[in-house]
Ligand binder design. Structure first.
Ligand code: SF4
Length: 334
C-alpha cells in the first residue's frame, strides 16, 4: 500500500543478473510482457501490458537525479528507491536497464525521448540496455533501430531460449528459428551489442539433441556478442508445470544437461562470449566448487572452447548427486 506524499521510483520484477543489485539503474519504461504466453514463464501472468507515459518515466528519472544529488528528504521517498539509487550512484552510475520484458516495443520516438533524457540527466552513463523480443526487432525498420542505438540504447538482451522449431512451438515462444536469426542479424547490423539467452533443458528428455544442435545453428548464424545460459526450472504457476504433471514433459538430469551443453558447444562456430552467469548453472567440479566461472565476463569463443569442453567432461565425472538438480527446484530461470 502506498503512503500519500511519498515517492516510489517504479521498478518491475525482472532484469538480467548482470544488470542487477546496484550495478544498473532500473528504469521501468513498460509494464509486464506484451506476449505473455511462454509456457515456462511465471512472471507476468494475469498482468496487462502497458507502455508508460514518457512524462511519468521522466519524473522517475528526475527523482533519481534528486536522490543522487543528496539534496532530498529521505521521508519523501520509499526506502527501496533510496537504497537502489544510492547503491547505483556509489558504483559510479555507469549502466542503466530499461524494464520490463520488451521495452523496445515502445514507439520509437517515445523510446528515443526516454533514452536521451536518461543520458542527458546522467552523463556518467556508459551503457543503457533493454530486453527485446525478436519479433519486435523485426517489426522496427533498420533505421529506427539505428536511431534508437544512436540515442544511447546500446545493448539488447534477447530470449532465444532454443533454436529448434519444435521446441519453440512447444514452449509457445511465438518466434521461429529463422525469425530469431533475422532479428539477431538485424540488431547487430544496427550496431547493438547483442546478448542471446539460451535455456538448457528446454527440450526435455524427448527433444534435447535437436534443441542443442539447432540452437547452435541459430547462434552460428547470428554470432551474438554474448550467449548466456539460463537452465530451465519449472515454476508451479506455469503451463509447463501442468505439462510435466500430465507426463507430457520430462525434465533432464544434471548430467543430461551437461551432455546437451557439450553437444551445443561442440557445434558452435562463433566469436561470442559464453556466460554461465546465473546461479542455476550450479554444476560442481571435483573439489565441490562451481564448475564454471559464473562471472559476467564468461569464456571467449573460439579460444576457450576447449576449456569449456574440458570442464563439461569434468562435470560429467562428478557424481550426479553432487550437482544442483533443477528437477527439484522451483526457482525461476530468468
Ligand atoms: S519469457 Fe519473456 S517473452 Fe516469454 S512470457 Fe516471459 S517475459 Fe514474456
Amino acid at each position: 500500500m502506498k503512503t500519500p506524499g511519498k515517492y516510489s521510483i517504479e521498478t518491475g520484477p525482472i532484469r538480467p543478473p548482470n544488470e542487477g543489485s546496484a550495478g544498473s539503474l532500473l528504469i521501468r519504461a513498460t509494464r509486464n510482457c506484451p506476449w505473455n504466453r511462454c509456457v515456462f514463464c511465471p512472471f507476468y501472468q494475469g498482468e496487462k501490458f502497458e507502455i508508460r507515459d514518457v512524462e511519468d518515466i521522466k519524473r522517475d528519472i528526475d527523482m533519481v537525479k534528486k536522490i543522487c544529488s543528496g539534496q532530498f528528504d529521505t521521508s519523501d521517498f520509499y526506502y527501496e528507491s533510496v537504497y537502489m539509487v544510492r547503491g547505483w550512484c556509489k558504483g559510479g552510475g555507469k549502466t542503466a536497464f530499461l524494464q520490463d520484458s520488451n521495452s523496445l516495443i515502445m514507439p520509437t520516438e517515445q523510446l528515443i525521448k526516454v533514452v536521451k533524457y536518461l543520458k542527458d540527466s546522467f552523463p556518467s552513463l556508459e551503457r543503457i540496455t533493454s530486453y527485446a523480443r525478436a519479433d519486435t526487432i523485426l517489426r522496427k525498420e533498420l533505421q529506427e533501430l539505428i536511431d534508437i542505438r544512436k540515442a544511447g540504447l546500446t545493448r539488447l538482451h534477447v530470449g532465444l531460449e532454443s533454436g529448434d522449431e519444435e521446441v519453440l512451438l512447444l514452449i509457445k515462444k511465438g518466434v521461429t528459428p529463422e525469425q530469431h536469426i533475422e532479428a539477431g542479424r538485424k540488431a547487430k547490423k544496427a550496431g547493438f551489442e547483442l546478448s542471446e539467452y539460451v535455456m538448457p533443458g528446454l527440450g526435455g528428455r524427448e527433444l534435447w539433441e535437436q534443441h542443442a544442435t539447432n540452437t547452435a545453428r541459430v547462434l552460428n548464424n547470428i554470432d551474438p556478442d554474448y550467449i548466456r545460459l539460463r537452465p530451465l526450472t519449472v515454476h508451479p504457476k506455469t503451463e509447463l508445470h501442468q505439462m510435466r504433471m500430465r507426463g507430457e514433459f520430462q525434465m533432464t538430469s544434471p548430467h543430461e544437461r551437461l551432455e546437451e551443453i557439450r553437444l551445443m558447444v561442440e557445434s558452435l562456430e562463433v566469436s561470442s562470449v559464453i556466460c554461465f552467469d546465473h546461479f542455476l548453472n550450479g554444476w560442481r567440479n571435483k573439489e565441490g566448487r562451481s564448475l564454471f566461472d559464473m562471472s559476467y565476463t564468461g569464456y571467449k569463443l573460439p579460444d576457450e572452447k576447449e576449456r569449456i569442453l574440458q570442464l563439461l567432461e569434468e562435470g560429467l565425472e562428478v557424481p550426479e548427486s553432487m550437482h544442483f538438480d533443477p528437477r527439484r527446484s522451483t526457482m525461476t530461470s530468468l
